[in-house]
Design a protein around this ligand. Sequence first.
Ligand SMILES: [Zn+2]
Length: 87
Amino acid sequence: MEYKRITSKGGVNIPVKLRRSMGIEPRDAIELDVNDRNELVIRAYQARCIYCGSEEIHLKKNGKGVCRACADQLVDEYVKQKRKELA
Ligand SMILES: [Zn+2]
């Protein structure tokens, strides 16, 4: 167990040993959460579908991801709309 003090700006330095074991490096995005035991949880950032929150990203554009199910739904809606326009 490592002991750290929170900086005056609210920051905490994550020791290199922990960063390496988590596969994160300086300037990487991370996710912070508090679990039901009031513990701070730090995770490597995981891109999620912007529509449903799934971690299974199928398409990425401008740093945002969409899962296959939502991508299929979008395509279906787009095709329906286009067919109406062309009818
Ligand atoms: Zn989705």
